[in-house]
Design a protein around this ligand. Structure first.
Ligand code: HQG
Length: 184
């Protein structure tokens, strides 16, 4: 199993477990879990040969811990990043640190200054505790711009924050007033 195969399988799982399980006729339960046997069988039918061994490798070695098994490994789900509106990850609200960061690119800045950060297609706005991660996220789209968010102030004003299993900070929206645009 080479790293390229792991990456391809990881991308396929992101698509199926976050956005489009119907592509292989898979069902996710309301908390986002897929039955592992079902996933393997239905992938096979679509000519995606994934074994339990490969699945375990992907879950264990994934650079961002994107996926998790349940205790007996009969179910698997994505830890965050869903666009499917009906999935409820049952995240508990938690107190954020003073600042969180968001990586974006210049072409979105005008809109972000006007309306703040919006979740777009996903269930949440994604934020990170460190600027390195935000730089990586922004770099997917071009030259990254890093925004500092006054997360604790937001929280104190009643905006809930959540921390996913793989330590991505999530919130519903970030009003422009809580974004520091100065450094950009
Ligand atoms: C931008 C990947 C216009 C926002 C990454 C971003 C991350 C606005 C894009 C995770 C806006 C949404 C999430 C507004 C926000 N007007 N544009 N008002 N508000 N935007 O992909 O944060 O590899 O949904 O800046 O590494 O880029 O998939 O969010 O550029 O962790 O696990 O709209 O996805 O993780 O894009 O990335 P996304 P994101 P995975």
């Amino acid at each position: 199993m080479n790293t390229n195969n792991i990456k391809i399988t990881s991308k396929f799982l992101s698509l199926i477990l976050r956005h489009n399980p119907g592509k292989i006729g898979l069902d996710l339960d309301k908390n986002g879990w897929a039955n592992v046997d079902d996933l393997l069988n239905k992938s096979q039918k679509k000519h995606r040969h994934i074994t339990m061994e490969i699945l375990e490798l992907v879950v264990e070695t994934n650079d961002k811990n994107r996926f998790a098994f349940n205790a007996d490994k009969t179910k698997i789900r994505a830890n965050q990043g869903h666009s499917l509106k009906t999935i409820d990850l049952q995240l508990k609200p938690v107190t954020p640190p003073a600042f969180l960061y968001h990586g974006t690119v210049a072409k979105f800045m005008e809109a972000i200054q006007k309306e703040g950060l919006k979740k777009q297609n996903r269930q949440h706005v994604h934020l990170s505790v460190d600027t390195e991660t935000a730089i990586k996220v922004g770099s997917r789209r071009g030259k990254p711009i890093i925004l500092s968010i006054r997360a604790l102030d937001m929280y104190k004003e009643g905006f809930p924050f959540y921390l996913s299993e793989n330590k991505v900070w999530l919130t519903d929206a970030v009003p422009s007033a809580f974004i520091d645009f100065k450094e950009n």
